[in-house]
Design a protein around this ligand. Structure first.
Ligand code: GRG
Length: 289
């Protein structure tokens, strides 16, 4: 069952990150890294572990890319929350890193979480085959960097001062980088580790990533306590193009449901063994945070 697996993943990741960061000491920047990397749903780590399980890859190996993606995700949130970006005071219900410490510590903690993530996938403990470790490292760099998440973030920031709102194609491209690229890497990591074809999982994750972002836009409109399918609240991002502003609330919900159906179909080569991934896709559009 997906909720049980997600909870197990969260526990595994907390323990793993604790041990990876244990030797780093207790400078403020290290404490800030531990703080930023704790909590969260651990959806990306779950995708890595499930993708590895589907391909018969040992969890002892898969925990390394699962921890790596959560560190890189945490870095992106720390930097996204900075005053020069989204200027947020709260993350995961707690003060953001630059509020609890200061901006310098937040920049450095984010940088160090990113490099520790890359170190994790290049360590021999991650996989016995150095070519697999190189592949994981290169694909993660491309997902996180100027062709992936950083590109999406840059396009998002540029859109704020653009004369016209983004079109549906533009926002789809932006979000494929900003949130989709790390999700796609997570879901394909197990196939990479098993030297297997990544195509079905890439199709699954591309649809899932977009559905995730549409659900996020719907949550913004309906309020944190709502779920997809309830009454409309106030639009926190009024003026900015979102899937809801472009498709309407009902259209966005229908699109998210279609994407989840396509994501589930993409898993047909795995048969029933991929049912937990199918449950995860349905969860993504029914979550309340
Ligand atoms: C700073 C280079 C750079 C990139 C930041 C991902 C990102 C790019 C910014 C996050 C902004 C945001 C809140 C986007 C909405 C979708 C999203 C990624 C939400 C957070 O992910 P969850 O819901 O978070 O998986 P948890 O806390 O569960 O890990």
């Amino acid at each position: 069952m997906f909720p049980t697996r997600l909870k197990e993943t969260a526990n595994l990741i907390e323990t793993h990150l604790h041990s990876v960061m244990a030797p780093l000491g207790d400078l403020p920047v290290i404490d800030a890294m531990r703080y930023a990397a704790s909590g969260g749903k651990r959806l990306r780590a779950f995708l890595v572990l499930e993708s590895a399980r589907l391909h018969g890859v040992s969890q002892d190996y898969a925990i390394w890319p699962a921890g790596a993606i959560e560190m890189i995700h945490a870095y992106s949130l720390v930097h996204d929350d900075l005053p020069c970006m989204d200027d947020d005071d709260l993350r995961r219900g707690l003060p953001t890193v630059h509020v609890k410490w200061d901006e310098t510590t937040a920049v450095l903690a984010g940088d160090a979480l990113q490099t520790l993530g890359f170190e994790s996938v290049s360590r021999p403990e991650c996989h016995p085959d150095p070519l697999v470790r190189a592949d994981l490292t290169a694909t993660l760099a491309s997902a996180a960097g100027a062709q992936g998440m950083v590109l999406g973030q840059a396009l998002d920031i540029a859109a704020e001062s653009a004369p016209l709102p983004l079109t549906l194609d533009e926002i789809t491209h932006l979000q494929a980088g900003k949130t989709g690229a790390l999700i796609a890497w997570s879901a394909t990591a197990g196939a990479i580790m098993a030297h297997a074809d990544t195509t079905p999982l890439l199709r699954y994750a591309t649809d899932l990533g977009l559905a995730f972002q549409i659900a996020d836009d719907i949550l913004d409109v309906e309020g944190d306590a709502a779920t997809v399918g309830k009454a409309v609240g106030k639009d926190a991002d009024a003026g900015k193009a979102t899937f809801v502003s472009l498709l309407g609330l009902d259209g966005a919900k229908a699109r998210a449901r279609d994407l989840v159906a396509d994501a589930c179909d993409a898993l047909s080569p795995y048969g029933d063994d991929a049912d937990t991934l199918r449950e995860a896709a349905r969860f993504v559009i029914s979550r309340d945070s």
